[in-house]
Design a protein around this ligand. Structure first.
Ligand SMILES: Nc1ncnc2c1ncn2[C@@H]1O[C@H](COP(=O)(O)OP(=O)(O)OP(=O)(O)O)[C@@H](O)[C@H]1O
Ligand SMILES: [Mg+2]
Length: 360
């Protein structure tokens, strides 16, 4: 097991800067996810850690040792990719044992490792099959098994679940989390799926355009996003955003989004940006709808989406539409007029020009 440290990592390809001055300290045994939209530099970062790409600048350390000049083979890592990259002509057993024989592990020792891991992953009965005779989920498990038998210091996984169907993604995700808890191996996982990142990670490094935005525990990223990009990238359905001029009233300051029948309260201690405007962000579960309440505004229900445990309800305030998460028992209907209120203390504020969060 190992700590992994990135110091000012840079990677440019001709005219594209894929990773810009990325610094991360990943603890021994930690599960860290690199999260961000397509093209933000996740795979490039992972490839640099693996030694498959040479950084243009900066250092990569395993424990306290700079590994920049070590070949992938000498870095004590194991990778799992989206395309499982199994050898089609080899059996499951041979796929798992192949890397061990390359490393000259004695046959009996390799055999014991393959049998132990395949037992652990529920692959024991499939050892004689070829990849072509397996389901996608089973193939993915073989790819994981091949990484695990190596007993590396670090697992590097690049979108390992994205070829699986929705149900299998969720169950395999749980398996990976359980596995990592049991093995305690430092894991760096890449995904563009924010829910996957939230569920799996001890900490999430969220990237945008090659630049690290925030590196923290999932609940901190969710509740205290550093900027509008992070706030709206994390959470499904997305955080509701309302931007408008800040105006003084008898009861303190409010944000008045143009065209909307709402005045969003601003805490007294919050500074107003120089532009005189603020953006308010409210997660769907913090918008409360009622049929009889007073509330901050009246709105019209435009869409009702039951998902089982909750029902998503869209409310029009004029120009803005708010997505809300409601108790299915309330049984809201399209066309109803409802009062809209926000959970006290759960509105976040951002500078609309810089996107940075504004705090008291
Ligand atoms: N070998 C390469 N040559 C030139 N440009 C590259 C190369 N590899 C990646 N890039 C560019 O670097 C940027 C980051 O790519 P990267 O593959 O790291 O993104 P990603 O975050 O993994 O995206 P995705 O979610 O789509 O896999 C992109 O703009 C990409 O086009
Ligand atoms: Mg990628």
């Amino acid at each position: 097991m190992a700590r992994v440290t990135l110091r000012e990592l840079n990677k440019t390809f001709a005219d594209v800067t894929a990773v810009r001055s990325l610094s991360l300290d990943i603890d021994d045994g930690e599960f860290v996810t690199l999260l961000g939209p397509s093209g933000c530099g996740k795979s490039t970062t992972l490839a640099c850690i693996a030694g498959l790409e040479d950084p243009t600048g900066g250092d990569i350390l395993f424990d306290d040792k700079v590994v920049n000049d070590l070949s992938p083979r000498n870095r004590d890592i194991a990778m799992v990719f989206q395309d499982y990259a199994l050898y089609p002509h080899m059996t499951v057993y041979e796929n798992m044992a192949f890397g061990l024989s390359l490393r000259k592990m004695p046959k009996a020792e390799a055999d014991a490792a393959v049998r132990r891991v395949s037992e652990f992953l529920g692959l024991a009965k499939l050892l004689d099959r070829k990849p072509g005779q397996l389901s996608g989920g089973q193939r993915q498990r073989v790819a994981l098994g091949r990484a695990i038998v190596r007993n590396p210091a670090v697992f590097l996984m690049d979108e390992p679940l994205s070829n699986l169907d929705a149900a299998l993604r969720v169950s395999t995700r749980s398996e990976i989390k359980q596995l990592q808890q049991d093995l305690g191996t430092t894991t760096i996982f890449v995904t563009h799926d924010q829910e996957e990142a939230m569920v799996l990670s001890d900490r999430i490094a969220i990237m945008h355009g090659g630049v690290l935005q925030q590196f923290d525990a999932p609940k901190v990223i969710y509740n205290e996003p550093i900027n509008l990009f992070v706030a709206t990238f994390i959470g499904s359905p997305k955080m509701n955003i309302m931007t408008g001029a800040v105006q003084q009233t008898g009861n303190g300051r409010v944000i008045l989004p143009a065209g909307d029948a709402i005045a969003v309260p601003v805490p007294d201690s919050l500074p107003t940006p120089a532009s005189g405007t603020l953006t308010a962000g409210v997660r769907p579960e913090h918008v409360r709808l009622s049929r009889d309440g007073e509330g901050l505004a009246k709105g019209a229900i435009t869409l009702v989406e039951p998902v089982g445990a909750v029902t998503y309800v869209d409310v029009s305030l004029g120009t803005s539409h708010l997505k809300t998460s409601t108790d299915p028992a309330l049984d809201f209907q399209p066309g109803e007029t409802v009062s809209v209120d926000f959970t006290p203390g759960r509105t976040l504020y951002f500078d609309p020009e810089s996107g940075e969060r504004v705090t008291a």
